[in-house]
Design a protein around this ligand. Sequence first.
Ligand SMILES: *[C@@H]1O[C@H](CO)[C@@H](O)[C@H](O)[C@H]1NC(C)=O
Ligand SMILES: *[C@@H]1O[C@H](CO)[C@@H](O)[C@H](O)[C@H]1NC(C)=O
Ligand SMILES: *[C@@H]1O[C@H](CO)[C@@H](O)[C@H](O)[C@H]1NC(C)=O
Ligand SMILES: *[C@@H]1O[C@H](CO)[C@@H](O)[C@H](O)[C@H]1NC(C)=O
Length: 419
Amino acid sequence: MEEQAIGKVSSRSIKNDSCSAGKLCRTMIRSIAIFFAISTLFILIKLSDVYSLKQIPVRYPIPAAKVVTKESQTTTYPDTKVTLGPPGKPKLILSWTPGPGWDYMHLRDYAKPVFKSLGCKIDNCIYTEDKSLADKSDAIVFIARSLGRKPKKLPHQRWVWVTHESSCYSGEAGGAWAGMFNWTMTFRRDSTIFTPYQFVVEREKPLAKNFTAIALKKTKSVAWMVSNCHTKSNRERYVAELKKLIPVDVYGGCGPLKCSKRDNERCLENINRDYKFYLSFENSISTDYVTEKFWKMLDRDIVTVTRGPANYSRVGIKPEWHINTNDFKSPKDLAAYLKYLDKNVTAYVQYLEWKNQYTTGNRLKAYCDLCAKLNDPSEPVTWFRPGTLANWFNKGHCIAPKDLNFKRRKRRQTDTFIY
Ligand SMILES: *[C@@H]1O[C@H](CO)[C@@H](O)[C@H](O)[C@H]1NC(C)=O
Ligand SMILES: *[C@@H]1O[C@H](CO)[C@@H](O)[C@H](O)[C@H]1NC(C)=O
Ligand SMILES: *[C@@H]1O[C@H](CO)[C@@H](O)[C@H](O)[C@H]1NC(C)=O
Ligand SMILES: *[C@@H]1O[C@H](CO)[C@@H](O)[C@H](O)[C@H]1NC(C)=O
């Protein structure tokens, strides 16, 4: 459109000037118009090139929307045809393992009856992995990433969709599985059954660790143990920037400091003893997604620096228990704060002293909730219509990092001191 307009304007102005001699002139006008059209197109292409170079490449299909998480997920449909088993009859929970090696629920080794030894308030459930009992099961638990072969579904059954992978790496299978799931068990607060990696509980007997004495023995600054070097969250880029400002020792597959899987515990012990800070950066930024990268350090004497979903309070982690990159404008500000804490032991140990009061609970307690729900006759008939599971779990919940814009304007470096 724009090229044509330019062509018209130019042809008119040329006509007005001196062009009066028929065919030759028209050819001239046409070639000038073509010349203008081509050069405009060329300029536009060049401009878009420059523009795309300026963009930080973000590999997310969905722009980072403000995440609004509702407290309940599903719509309930009235369905009078479903008759649940008689109350009081034990509920059978089948773990639909994709293969014999899978122990996803970690209930295999519990003394039977499993729900009694878990200490559930309502323990009227039986755990099985025997697929021939599918028809007798009240709930079948499927692992989202490896659903296996689909059994026949009975209307009274609750099919449970379980995942511990973030919304960036896991999702609804669709196909024959579309519309099959009644309940969810995930790390998302608003799952049918909230199943975090871990949770915090108050210690029955507080410890009396002297964290000041512990802190004074530490000789190093920041440690990071990591084996996945290219992540959706692009944490590697954030750390590369942080490293320019404060020493960061990288252990594991991505760093110069090797630490084999077998030596993992010993490495962590050494890190715990020598370092003040540990980077608990998630592989992707996803609502409520806080993994063992955080929890494995909770019972240790080290301060964790987190970079995950904006609000750790939603999964029970108080702001004063960790240092969150979200609270800092840039890696530079974060580094300055870490350096400050490195010098001020009083301020530093405030991030540790709560550990005398708190520890991690037994995450398998989520299965108590599953058992309780199955025994509750007032639980509504509900399921995810095709596509709605993806809508709930994925849409807007794989969040693009917003803290990787390190463009330094050299000329303005002195600005800070002007006012
Ligand atoms: C803890 O250790 C510090 C440093 O060694 C010491 O000054 C302080 O008195 C100790 N506090 C307690 C309560 O023992
Ligand atoms: C974070 O979550 C907590 C607990 O759900 C809530 O009280 C708080 O308002 C949230 N903060 C922000 C900034 O969203
Ligand atoms: C060290 O931290 C404590 C506690 O936050 C604070 O009261 C004190 O002023 C700090 N000292 C210095 C020198 O910044
Ligand atoms: C479970 O989901 C199916 C659809 O897959 C539905 O027909 C059935 O009524 C649901 N059952 C319960 C008990 O919610």
